[in-house]
Design a protein around this ligand. Sequence first.
Ligand code: ADP
Ligand code: MG
Length: 493
Amino acid sequence: MAISDVMGGAAASSPDPEELSHVWSRLQEALQSEIRREQFETWFRRTTLVHADLGTLRIAVHNAFTLDWLNRYYLKPLERAAQAVFGSPRTIEFEVDPEKAAAAPPPRVAPGDPSSTSEEEPIEELTPQPPPSTLPLADTGDCYGLLESSDVTLNKSYLFDNFVVGPCNRFAHAACVGVSESPGRIYNPLFLHGSVGLGKTHLLQSLCHSILQRTPRARILYLSCETFVNHFISSLENGDLETFRNKYRNVDLLVVDDIHVLANKERTQEEFFHTFNTLYNAGRQIVLSSDSPPVEIPTLQERLVSRFKWGLVTEIETPCYETRMAILKRKSRERGREIPDEVAELLAERIDSNIRELEGAVNKVLGYAALTGVAVTCDLVRQCLRDVFHQTKGLPSIEDILKVVTDHFGVKLSDLQSKKRTNAIAFPRQVGMYLARTITRMSLEEIGGYFGGRDHSTVLYAVQKMKRLAAEDPDCQELLTSLTAEIKSGSPT
Ligand code: ADP
Ligand code: MG
């Protein structure tokens, strides 16, 4: 059945549910070329199309948080998807209707996607539940702070107020704020992932502070995954699993930092699976962080991968230049000193992939300046951070990539940055975006900036397209491999 048939004569009344479901499937397919699979699954899993006519599409979502989010960040992609499917624009509206949204079939996942493999559920059949209608925090216990058995105390400066928000971490930050306002009700579990030093622990602890400020007696257990593993092993040795289980299963909020440590630990995964189920069924909030998305944690059981994706999976990306500048300014101000713009620019240019390193650099430079009484200048920075700068020098720069791409395809840089969309230009441009994404640590926004100010979804589309082409076509794979090798061999060491 063609979309035009479905929509034919439907100006006044909406098609029946079956037709709506068909239209929704087509829109979801179009949407998947616009946004990341992970974000798609997170935000569109519990949505459904409830009305469509020649002017308007109305989508039911399961809570106000999602409505606000979709309105803010996914309106444009949805409008473009509607344009692609219907050939003419539609106004997109959202409504909160948990029942209709919950009745939605699971989102369609692109063929070949690793997460589309069928899931094995040998033990305890359990499905995602609608959030409980009451705040599940027990408000027992006797003081502000984490439960004693936690393996850290909260860092006082890891607060939402001290966290600089930029395009790289906006989703993760908003999700943590949302969960801290309604634990157990919005997204359960909340799964944050991203490389080291990008603010996962800062956000997890901010979330705990925020809950404790609201509900000082909340029972929060905050652990590194390693502690969970060690406790489990020693309770096995001591034959004291009962105490172990009571400890982990009687909490309002379980936070496990660096859950990727579960990789290759089969028995602990098994135990964590049961802990997860008990807490989840009781409406308790679970928050996890990891250096990679659930599906990429080696040997993580499929049923855990599936559970980790029930709530919200969100990535913290490497910060773009502007965010790095904002963080530098904030960190130096926190230390009671402003750093000159040119110094901040130098640091932001040279330290581009790890906020912990950025913070360390500010501390080192300001510390040295305070000790010796010298001014904070670019020379001082170069002197203090010789070793750090030296390490980052080996990575190819975007300029190296642009040079190799323009030479190889015989195109001009100005063409790559132009609006031209002929294949002779568009293909090299997409290859360039792909190489920039895979070789450098630049964010999608930054890469877009080097290709004529294109937005992040255009870069994402190019990267996904090149991955697909490389998988389908050995010649394309060969091209990407040889360009990558050329770029890496030519970069300074
Ligand atoms: P991760 O857990 O991802 O390895 P951390 O949360 O430990 O990273 O962050 C490393 C350091 O960088 C911390 O000191 C943290 O306060 C700081 N940091 C990270 N992201 C931000 C941010 N967006 N704004 C301010 N500080 C940040
Ligand atoms: Mg951490």
